[in-house]
Each structure stands twice: as C-alpha cells, then as structure tokens.
Design a protein around this ligand. Structure first.
Ligand code: UDP
Ligand code: LCN
Length: 822
C-alpha cells in the first residue's frame, strides 16, 4: 500500500508534529523503534540511529528512500543522540544551530512527550550512574534560571552578533520617558581617568540639562573651522559642563556630540554604536594567558604552546594601535597600557619565561608580566606544568597577580580578557573582585575534543581533570560580560554539528553536576571577531623585494640536505616535485600522523609530490608530554612501514616565526600546498598564515578552517576521517595543476583575497574595543540580577570548584588513587 506522508512544516516543534507523523507511518516507526530498544539500554549517536532506521526497512529500497525523506527521517537525522531505556527512548533533537528539543517516545504505543533538558539529562545519567540519576537532590545547576531578564536572540543566523542586538535592545530600553535615560546619564557621570572627569561634569545631572548643553555646544562648534584643535574651545565646553573626551578637533567633537544628541532624542542602534565607539572608557587592559611557555622567542611548537601565544601577541599589537588612535581622536593625553599576564617559569629551558617583565615587541606601552606559581611552602614552582594539571595553582595566582597589576597600572584595569580555561577562570576571579568588564576567549574548549568527556569524566579525570576544567569553564562563561569567538562554528557549529559553546548548553557529569542550562548561545554576550595573521611576517611569496633571501641557505638546508641530524629526519630524493607541507604541535588531534599515513597509502600522491612536516621533537626520549611521545613513536613507525625516506622530510618544531614565514613562501615557490589534517581544529592559525603567503591550502572540515576556506573557491576542505578521499583530493589538485599550471595561481590568489576580506587584525581590534565599551555599559544595567548571579557563582566556585581542585595532585605529589582499577 502506498503510505501518505504529511506535508512537512519544518519550523514546527518536533514534539507537536510527532503524533501526526506517527499516525501516518506507524508501522515503519514501530519497526524502527523496536530495533532501537532491542539491544537494551545504551546511548546512540546520530550515525547509529540513522543506520538502524535504514536497516529497519530491510531490503526494500523504495521504502528506505521514503523513510529517509519522510518525517521520521527528518527527526532522526536531526537527532544528535538518543538515550535508550526500554521501553522508552529519549531524543536530543537539534533542528537548527543552537535550537534543541528533547522528546521521549514510548517504543510500544509510540506516545510522544516533550521533556525538559533536565529530564533528558537524567535519562542519560541512568546509563552511567543510576543511583545519582535517581537522587532527587543530586546537584543540578541552571544558570539560565538566573538570567531571566536578560534578553535573548531568537534567530540562529544572528548568533555571534551580540553587540548589534545589545545596541538595539538598549535603544528601546532607553526610549520613552526621560527617566529611561537615567542609566546612560549615570554611566557618563561616572566616566573618569584616574579621578579626572571625562565628557560631562556633575552639573549635568539630568537628561534635560545634558541635552541643552549638547545643543549649545553643537551650534557653537559648527561655526568653527573643522580642524580647530580642542584646546581652543576647551574653556567654552567647560562653561557648559562638558569635559575632555569629545574629540581632538571641532569636527570630531561635533560628530560625537551629535551621536549623543541623537541618542537622547530617540535612541537608535546605529547612533548608539557610533557613540559607544567614541566613549573614552578603555585605557588599560589586562590579558591572561597562563599555561605553556609564553614568550616571544623559542617557544612555539612546545607542548601547550601554539596559536594562543601567536594570537595574543598579535592581538596586543593590534589593540595598542587601535587604543592609541582612539585616544588621540578623543583629544586625550593618556597613555594606554596592556599587560599580558602569564606564569613565570624558573626552569625556562632557554626561553625568557623566567623574566618578570618583558616589553612586547613592536609596541610602546605593552608588556608581558610573569607571575610565578607557588608551592605549598611558598616557594616558586620551578617547572612547566601541563594545562591539564594547572588547577591547584590558579587561585593563589589570581591573588598574586592582582597585587602586581594594581601596582604597575597604578589602579584597576578597565577591562580584563581571559584566554583558555585557566586564563578565563583567573580573569573571572579578578573581574569579580575589582568590578571590571570581562571578556572571554577560548582557543579551544576541551569538552568537544574528547568524545563523551562529560558523561565519562570519571574515566578520564586522573589524566585530564575535566571535572575541574568544565566547572571552571562554566564559571567563566557565566561570569563574563562578553565572549569573543573566532568563527560562527565555534559558537553554534554548522547545520549538522553542534558548536563548541553550544555543547555546553545542557550537559551532565554524572555523579558530579547536571547543567540544566550551562550557557545559552542565544545570549547576546557572544560575538565573532576573527583573528588575522601578522602581515609583516606572512606576506605573499610573489612580493619579491620583501622576501628574506638571507634565510634561503638555512631553509635550503632544512628542506633538502641529505643527512639526518637532530633537527630533521628523512630526505627528498626528487627536488623537482612540489611539496605538501604541514606544521603543527605534535598533538593527537592535529593528526599529523594521519597525514603521513594517507601519504604513505596513496601511490598516486607519492608520485606527484614530496611531504614536509614541521612538528614536535624527533625522539620520544626528548619529550615529557604524554601525547607528543605517542605521536613521535607513531611517526617513526609510519616512516618505516611505508618506506618514506626519500620522499618525506620531518623537521622538528620550529620556533622562529619570521623564518617560518619565509618557509611557507619557499614551499609556495615549489608550487606546493599546505595541508591541515586535524581531527578537529578550533580556529587554525596555520591555515591563514599559509593563505597569507599565497600557498593553496587543504584544511580539515572539522572546526574553524571549514569557515575560513570556501571549499573549492579559496582552498579545499578535507575530511580527516576519510584519508583516502582526502589524499585523492590532494592528488587530483596536483594532477590538475600539472595539466593546467594557471590553476595553481588561481587558487593561490583566491586564498589571498579571502584573507584580505575577512581575516585581518585591524578588523578584529575595532570590534573588540567596541565590545569593551558597549558591554561596559551593558553590565551596569540590570544590576540586581547580575549581583544575584554573581553571588551564586561565588558559592559554586567555593563549594564545587575548590573541592574538585583538591583531587588534582600538585607537582611532585602522588596522583590520587583512581576509583576503579584502570
Ligand atoms: N607553530 C610554529 N612552529 C611549530 C608549530 C607551530 O611556529 O613547530 C606556530 C604556527 O605557525 C602557528 C601556531 O604555532 O602560528 C599554531 O597555531 P594553530 O592555531 O595552528 O594551532 P594551535 O597550536 O594553537 O592549536
Ligand atoms: C588554539 C587552537 O587550537 C587553534 O585552533 C587556534 O587557532 C589558536 O589557539 C588561536 O586562537
């Protein structure tokens, strides 16, 4: 019989549509659900659910197709995972980025019920810790319940545009009665630099008075020559109650006055944003990046030391420039300061990580400030500590660094920005203590890197201490005023795959804590500001006059000398071939060994190109990082297995940025390509470095690179889970280039174009300083609710986080006994 399918209205809620769908294809559904429950209790992921749905149609091909296209197919296809507890099956359905629904279906009578995230999580916990799941008083946290009056975005496509939404919402909130302006007025009245008033004086204490003053000033100033310096009319401004900060010339002052007049008359988002981009509210910034070796020389490629360091140093340079330009335009004579806080490591291993204060190169007012970790007996901890084991040192670190910061800045910073879990937690402690605006950056959230790391936290805790890490992440995300993400996918993923932040929406760590709402990606605190690459280091290979030819002999040796030494292994027999190049820390997720294996397996590719790898150390005995050691061993065994010598060059981690820039360009000279094969990459700075140098790039479709590169337009996506397909794709490219050399140039140019349009530090700095200013005001609204949440977070920190920290051994201590024999 032909079954009739209901018309799909995909915007409707799944729970609402389900009963009707069931009525229409009851028989197939029953078969499918029988399969789901037949194997007993378990967690099923999307792929398994789809496979079993297909299998339930047996050999009937048309039936299979109908199922896949029908409503059930749609629901299962959108289901991220399902918990099977016969006879019930609970589904976590994600119909759109950020949009989740939880439903429970009875496999016998096919009744459907919508359930809360908490109820869904309880089902899931049953699989791992039944007693805890059934305990009415197990710890449940719902941060969402604490921001009831925070407005939320509703459109998935707007996620990451928080600032725009905030300025719209503020516009409507400040509209209407004159009293509505009070928060803005109070904010302006409080503006000062070290006690000296800015913009308005205390006399302008009502919106009316302010409006009148603005009007007088505007009329007066339009009669002046545009370039008239502020000093010439400063006196007049003061008579009206206007202080410094409006501008350096008549023209800029007039603009700023006008933006505010417009806002006072009838607030609109455009003038609101423009006004806030002018407000002198940020002069001193503190940035936390604690773990790893943080330095400017000889640190890159060391364990835990990669893109985050590059990102921050470039970020500081860009922010300082933008600050200087803004301050000048505000007509102020203020020196901005940026401090990057990291840890001081006495055993610095040839780096400068044992130096307390170090100026940041190419800046005038920015420094790295290093504060040591302390042992229990008050001594400086001498050695490097893995980011996974760092938790016991952070609270003390926050206290010690806050003393130093206040001392050096001679007061509070105006904004703190954290990086990664450790930096964000310390930034949270500091911002709560000092009451300053906080921004959060996560170069990678570990939760999504390790499958089921939330429900299986217990198994992994002795190695990774995720119990501490995820708790700290939750505290930071919820304390922070704004969150800076590099890409949309970092927040809300893609059509099929949840984003890093999104995966913290509702999750559970059975036996520890259930997050009914962890963080909601529709919160307007989320913003995208993509980093760039330093264009003085990474510039196109075609810029002949700028090329660093002095370095060519060294690079020549690095790539082509025939002998193995302690810098490189393997050699390239046929120099005429193009090179495919990859460079990364030798971590498992970077999947460098995967690339070597694909290359080894693919005869065609091996005939076309040579392979050059930069990463890690060459001998396991030289490393003290668990994962790196495993990967080093794997590299050796793959080189043996596929007899790669003669076709591969493996060079150890390279710490000279400038030389690396030239290295990318030398690879481009061979008309080669860059390959970034990571199993998952949060952003992927090497991808934009390579593209900046004009090197055609193949990068993982898992994470940031999928957004940086438009597939087949400005580069290529490869699927790291399908090595054959990936290596065939690379081979096909080189085959095509052989036949049509212009194809290589076309891809090279298209990559550059993409970079110039979207990935530069200038664009970034403007956005981030606007955030600082805008969210600095935003946090003054809704004070009571914020304070209540802050108290709750403090309690959570004290009762939960501090207890968990005790399970992490300090350096030299015996690890806590694992609870199960593993
Ligand atoms: N890098 C380097 N030498 C190495 C490996 C990496 O200089 O041996 C640099 C690379 O050029 C890039 C950064 O380290 O600037 C890595 O950043 P990415 O975002 O690719 O990855 P992460 O290491 O942050 O995960
Ligand atoms: C850390 C990572 O893992 C990369 O994906 C990023 O590109 C880098 O930090 C800079 O944000």
């Amino acid at each position: 019989s032909s079954s009739s399918y209901m018309p799909l209205r995909r915007s409707d809620s799944v729970a609402d549509m389900m009963p009707e769908a069931l009525r229409q294809s009851r028989y197939q559904m029953k078969r499918c659900f029988q399969r789901y429950v037949s194997k007993g209790r378990r967690l099923m992921k999307n792929q398994q659910l789809m496979e079993e749905l297909e299998a339930s149609a047996g050999d009937d091909k048309p039936e299979k197709a109908r199922l896949a296209e029908g409503f059930l197919g749609y629901v299962i296809c959108s289901t991220q995972e399902a918990v099977v507890l016969p006879p019930l099956v609970a589904f976590a359905v994600r119909t759109n980025p950020g949009v989740w629904e939880f439903i429970r279906v009875h496999s016998g009578d096919l009744s459907v019920e919508e359930i809360t995230p908490s109820a869904y999580l309880k089902c899931k916990e049953t699989l791992y810790d039944e007693k805890w799941a059934r305990d009415d008083n197990s710890l449940e946290v719902d941060f969402g319940a604490l921001d009831l009056s925070t407005p939320h975005l509703t459109l998935p496509s707007s996620i990451g545009n928080g600032m725009q939404f905030v300025s719209r919402f503020m516009s409507s909130k400040l509209s209407g009665k004159p009293e509505s302006m009070k928060p803005l007025l109070d904010y302006l009245l409080a503006l000062n630099y070290r006690g000296e008033k800015l913009m308005i004086s205390d006399t302008l204490d009502t919106a009316d008075k302010l409006q009148t003053a603005l009007l007088l000033a505007e009329v007066f100033i339009s009669s002046l020559e545009k370039s008239t310096p502020y000093q010439q009319f400063e006196q007049r401004f003061q008579e009206w109650g206007l202080e410094k900060g409006w501008g350096d010339t008549a023209e800029t002052c007039r603009e700023t006055l006008n933006f505010l007049s417009e806002v006072l008359q009838a607030p609109d988002p455009i003038n609101m944003e423009k006004f806030f981009s002018r407000v002198p509210s940020v002069f001193n910034i503190v940035i936390f990046s604690i773990h790893g070796y943080f330095g400017q020389e000889k640190v890159l490629g060391l364990p835990d030391t990669g893109g985050q360091v590059v990102y921050i140093l470039d970020q500081v340079r860009a922010l300082e420039q933008e600050l200087l330009q803004r301050i000048r335009k505000q007509g102020l004579n203020v020196t901005p300061r940026i401090l990057v806080l990291t840890r001081l490591i006495p055993d610095a291993k040839g780096t400068k990580c044992n130096v307390e204060l170090e100026p940041v190169e190419h800046t005038k007012h920015s420094s790295i400030l290093r504060v040591p970790f302390k042992t229990d007996d008050g001594k400086d901890l001498r050695q490097w500590v893995s980011r996974f084991d760092i938790y016991p040192y952070l609270e003390r670190y926050a206290q010690d660094s806050s003393v130093k910061i206040l001392d050096i800045l001679e007061g509070k910073p105006d904004m703190v920005i954290g990086n990664y879990t450790d930096g964000n937690l310390v930034a949270s402690l500091l911002s709560s203590k000092l009451g300053v605006t906080q921004g959060t950056i996560a170069h990678a959230l570990e939760k999504t890197k390790y499958e089921d790391s939330d429900v299986k936290w217990r198994e992994m805790d002795h190695k990774y201490h995720f119990s501490c890490q995820f708790t700290a992440d939750m505290i930071a995300m919820n304390t922070s005023d704004f969150i800076i993400a590099s890409t949309y996918q970092e927040i809300a993923g893609s059509k099929d795959k949840p984003g890093q932040y999104e995966s913290h929406y509702a999750f559970t760590m059975p036996g520890l804590c259930r997050y009914a709402t962890g963080v909601n990606v529709f919160d307007p605190k989320f913003n995208i500001a993509a980093p760039g690459a330093d264009q003085s280091v990474y510039f196109p290979f075609t810029q002949k006059q700028a090329r660093l030819t002095d370095l060519h002999p060294q690079i020549e040796e690095l790539l082509y000398s025939k002998e193995d030494n302690d810098e490189h292994l393997g050699y390239l027999q046929d120099r005429s071939r193009p090179i495919i190049f990859s460079m990364a820390r030798l971590d498992k997720v970077k999947n460098i060994t995967g690339l070597v294996e694909w290359y080894g397996e693919n005869k065609k590719l091996r005939d076309l190109v040579n392979l050059v790898i930069v990463g890690g150390l060459l001998e396991p005995s030289q490393s003290n990082d668990r994962e790196e050691i495993e990967e080093i061993n794997k590299m050796h065994s793959l080189m043996d297995k596929y007899q790669l010598k003669g076709q591969i060059r493996w060079i150890k981690a390279q710490t000279e940025r400038v030389r690396n820039g030239e290295l990318y360009r030398c690879i481009a000279d061979t008309r080669g390509a860059f390959v970034q094969p990571a199993l998952y990459e949060a952003f992927g700075l090497t991808v934009i470095e390579a593209m900046n140098c004009g090197l055609p790039t193949f990068a993982t479709n898992q994470g940031g690179p999928a957004e940086i590169i438009v597939n087949e337009v400005s580069g290529f996506h490869i699927n790291p889970l399908n090595g054959k397909e990936a290596s065939d794709k690379i081979a096909a490219f080189f085959q095509k280039c052989k036949e049509d050399p212009t194809y290589w140039n076309k891809m090279s140019t298209a990559g550059l174009q993409r970079i110039y349009e979207c990935y530069t530090w200038q664009i970034y700095a403007t956005k981030v300083l606007n955030m600082g200013s805008m969210y600095g005001f935003w946090r003054t609204l809704n004070k009571e609710e914020r304070q209540a949440k802050q108290l709750y977070l403090q309690m959570f920190y004290n009762l939960q986080f501090r207890q968990l920290v005790k399970t992490v051994p300090k350096v030299g201590e015996q690890p806590a006994q694992p609870t199960t024999g593993s």
